[in-house]
Design a protein around this ligand. Sequence first.
Ligand SMILES: [Zn+2]
Length: 298
Amino acid sequence: MKKEKKVGIRIDVDTLKGTQYGIPNLLEILDNYQIQATFFFTVGPDNMGRHFWRLFKPKFLIKMLRINPITTYGWNILRCGLIGKGKKIGDNCKYYIKLTSCHHEVGLHAWDHFSWQNSIHIWKEKKISYHLSLGKSFLESLLNKPILCSAAPGWKTSELALKVQKDFNFSYSSDVRGVNPFFPLFSDNSHGSLQIPVTLPTFDEIINNKISLKEYNAFIINQIKQQSTYYSVYTIHAEIEGIKYLKKFKELLSLAKNEGIKFCTLSQLIKKNNKNFPVCKFIRKKISGREGWVISQK
Ligand SMILES: [Zn+2]
């Protein structure tokens, strides 16, 4: 019998459509496979339409067309927040967030995903704190329990944001890419709270980057097998794997099961490997298949 390998799975929920349609689909599938995951919710205004249109620069447009944004995300997402303020996701999706929380770990992705992703590098302390506070308090009052984890939109954060985040007492955050859990080192030699980095590429990064849809699941399974035996983290999106590529995701879970890969929440992943994690530097990095920079463990 193959040795079991644990892989942390996080589900990022960026939009109203992803929460309304992707979440129920994913909850059903995860239940069928008896998998618990970590869901990071966006709960403020859905302005993500602006984000997708911003990506339409000539060079990136060619890559984006490989996943056909209109059929992948749908017009509803591409339109959100283009005119006026986007609808508040949390207020419109209380039922689905509560339902998720009954079976899975729930954390904060963002109050306003679009604004954070595009401006966090220039935000001052007050604004960062305001957004974290709005998002965390919304989830806490809805679920009536403390929210103990967070994940920055698009793996975009800053030293200031990581410093501000310390006041929110998350037991961990997953704001960066990297290879193992660590504490981010600041320029004044102090450090931030625990980071659980994502180690594996996302669907859009791979499909934008020469791997065909047919080869995708085998590629991910292979990547998981090549990674450290004790630590791998995979991200899916409610908008992508929860809607248009649901069947593909089901196939991935089935393949993973046959290979002895067991998906779990990020908390469960580190509980098992509760070591003294190192303090590491972090840098801005370009990731193949993704527009702009992300923060990565150095
Ligand atoms: Zn996101």
